[in-house]
Design a protein around this ligand. Structure first.
Ligand SMILES: [Zn+2]
Length: 390
């Protein structure tokens, strides 16, 4: 049922009809079976009011829609998106109307190419969103767009395809949207953090914790919205997740609506402080010299990486079955010819940025080669040229 509703939402986007807000176009009334005579009778009886030519309202109409139609247009843009219940940031208190009475609309909100005249009192979502790209700040529009994408479960490309030709900056804004965003505050935080060049993962699945809103390195960011997280169930759930996050050695930042919308500078300062400290903390997961702690057990590796996704990989020669030779000369030609040729067959890991042959030469130990290589190594070690590692 839910699937059916969400997959067809974009096709059902025809605007909000008079039955919802009490303001009807003549075409809507006719579609309801009212002819000109019946409409005249209803107007005379006070059951319908003429708002402007071709538009009528019932006594219980919505004032904002009524005012927009009276002004020669329909309710659109930010105001329409608000009516549809999509997430909206604070700061857009005025009514947004798309004036369609005259061919040249020099006031009110508009799209980027000529849009059809309003047939119902509140514009369809796609038209409202196109207009809003002119009226809203970029990050706000991206957050609203995320809300539409997530609610409708459609891709940015599909939504964009329903609009006419768009200027490049709006196409770029579409490129910053994310259908997976779960709240407007999460969207705003993501857009701002990426603008600051943080590497942000959206809705990552964390082993100990479950799904979180955002992740930067080891920092899990939960973007609480005012409406949610206030129930007793959420209260308990949040605290359980925080505890589990500590077990997994994650850092949880629980940001409130006010943190994100009104205290952002301080939030960024704190994230910077944590990530700066993290950079100084890059160490191997096992201590140098205690190779016995290295592992190829997937569960253990998974655990370490969950604890710190930034851990690199070290190949434990010997234990892994690999062997490596450390060449301590700049040119392989200084070695006996057959040894030089043998080393050329290995995986070359330069220790001098590739400007010389000085490097680690890594081989898989297939058994028989081992003996040959080991004896070669003994020979080379005696000359202090090549060292067998591991
Ligand atoms: Zn507007």
């Amino acid at each position: 049922m839910g699937d059916v509703a969400t997959t067809t939402a974009i096709d059902d986007d025809h605007g909000e009809c008079g039955a919802v807000h009490g303001v009807y176009s003549r075409a809507e009334l006719e579609a309801l079976g009212l002819d000109a005579r019946e409409i005249r009778r209803m107007v005379a009886a006070g059951e319908l009011e003429i708002v402007r030519r071709g538009w009528y309202a019932t006594p219980a109409h919505d004032d904002r829609v009524h005012a927009a139609v009276k002004a020669g247009g329909v309710l659109s843009c930010v105001s329409a998106l608000r009516r549809y219940g999509f997430w909206l940031p604070p700061g857009y208190p005025e009514d947004h109307r798309r004036i369609t009475r005259n061919a040249k609309a020099d006031s009110g909100c508009r799209g980027f190419s000529p849009l059809a005249a309003g047939r119902v009192g509140v514009d369809p979502v796609v038209i409202a969103l196109e207009c809003a790209a002119r009226c809203m700040r970029e990050e706000d529009w991206i957050a609203v767009c995320d809300s539409v994408l997530n609610t409708w479960n459609v891709s940015a490309e599909e939504l964009r395809g329903r609009m006419g030709h768009l200027p490049r900056y709006v196409v770029a804004m579409f490129g910053k949207t994310d259908v997976n965003s779960q709240s407007g505050t999460e969207s705003i935080a993501r857009v701002r953090l990426r603008a600051l060049h943080f590497s942000v993962v959206v809705q990552p699945q964390i082993a100990e914790v479950g799904r979180t809103d955002l992740r930067i390195g080891r920092i899990l960011i939960e973007c609480d919205s005012r409406q949610h997280h206030t129930s007793l169930e959420s209260y308990q759930n949040d605290r359980t997740r925080d505890r589990k996050a500590v077990v997994g050695r994650w850092i949880t930042l629980r940001l409130t609506y006010d943190d994100i919308l009104f205290g952002w500078d301080e939030v960024v300062e704190d994230i910077r402080a944590i990530t700066a400290k993290d950079r100084h903390r890059h160490r191997p997961v096992v201590k140098y010299g205690t190779e016995s702690e290295s592992t190829h057990n997937p569960a253990q590796i998974n655990e370490w990486w969950q604890a710190n996704p930034d851990y690199g990989i070290a190949l434990h020669v010997g234990r892994s079955g690999a062997i490596a030779f450390d060449l301590d000369r700049d040119d392989l030609a200084e070695l006996p010819r057959d040894m030089a040729e043998a080393l050329r067959l290995g995986v070359f890991q330069s220790s001098r940025c590739g400007i010389s042959n000085r490097a680690h030469y890594v081989f898989a130990n297939g058994g028989t080669e081992m003996n040959a290589l080991a004896s070669m190594s003994a020979e080379a070690s005696a000359e202090n040229v090549v060292t067998l590692l591991g």
